[in-house]
Design a protein around this ligand. Sequence first.
Ligand SMILES: [Zn+2]
Length: 475
Amino acid sequence: MLVRLSIVAGVCLGLTHWAPAQRKQNPAADLLLELIRVNTANPPGNNRDLAELLATKFRALGVEVEIIPTPEPQRVHFIARVKGDGSKRPVLLAAHADVVGVEREKWTVDPFAGEVKDGYIYGRGAMDYKGGIAVFAEAIMELVKNHVPLHRDVILLSEADEESGPYGTSWLAQSHWNRMDCEFALNEGGWIIKNAQGGVQYVSISTGDKVSIPLLLTAHGTSTHSSMPRPDSAIFTLSKAMAKLADYETPLELIPSTREFFETLAKTSEPPLSEYFADLVNSKDPKVIEEADREISKNVLLHAIMRNTFAPVFLKAGFRGNVIPGSAEATLNLRVIPGSDLQGFIAQIRGAIDDPGVDVALPSGDNPDAARVKELVKEAESLQSSSTSTDLYRALEASAHATWPGTPVTPYLFQAGTDAIAWRSRGVPVYGIYPYPITPEDLTRMHGNDERVPIESLEQGTEMIYKTLVRVASQ
Ligand SMILES: [Zn+2]
């Protein structure tokens, strides 16, 4: 049965001596329900109403707020700034307000109704990342309500255009950097994963994101009448190259955060996986490492974080039923570990294809797409993971230990990209977390159907973020 949580925790019936509402207070859950009910699917990415909703709540507490318009009036950035005494630089909490669209017929609930079932809140964005907005906003409002004296500003930034669109944080940073400048920031990223007993297995905090780069494969042949096939078919040449890539695996590349992550998994998993995790980071025997890699790689997420990856995403060839086309093109989506040798990675792909008839190249030319790729290449080659020896990372670690005693905390390389690049490319450390314990099964629903987040996890997450902010920002 579906139950709607009341937004108003206690309904006044004129009987003032009555006890407060029976339901335990969980303001982050209430706020999340409100946020889900504002449809911010991107495209079209209208998030102005959501910004107004947040503005009302923060203004009511006397907090300075700002809604920053983009060239498209419905896509806005929202900023709430709780003032500190200025003796230290701000801490910023970034959370994107847009969400991906839905395949509505595949959901068992209305994705934009904010429904509560079996201890979960369901809805598009419940996890990614309206849950994050709710937790961050509630933790910050709690600081204000408790009159915690601050030595630095605490900033909430609820962003436009993270999932798609041109006016995300990189756009904001170009025109409004002074508003988002900070000593360090929180963002989406790592996971708090539940174990089978309902406790927390580990807390992972992402310190880097992979960079997404397109790579073009082009085969050439004679363009001619299809009644007279020739041996130099561009489509066949490209197909053979693709078949080779289908069987090719990129080498392991374990950066320090990935090593630490697998060490944590080795300590918190059951055999035989725990042994494979330990072998992966400790063994010197290539055969043992290879076997560990093979077993661990059955988990596609883990497979993705221990190497650069490539995936075919577009094929383009042919235009008439009676013409053999003169070229055929495939686009691979590369996901590159920050700081990795990109040219070396491209050389591996070229080597795997091993055919001079197939050009392997980054998009080039005098066009905006090529210019964007140039920037991405620079980022992939120069970006380093954020340091774990900052006050914010240490505060996250200590608060996670306080909230879930005995649970290991580890840095993590996020397998996808986020909008953290706006800060990291300017040297500002960013730490990513989905601040609520979830199961691996919950995780698979992200960007999928019946996305959900456990209600009690929102409460725990708010506690953890609140404690983090007190540690890092209170006087
Ligand atoms: Zn997200």
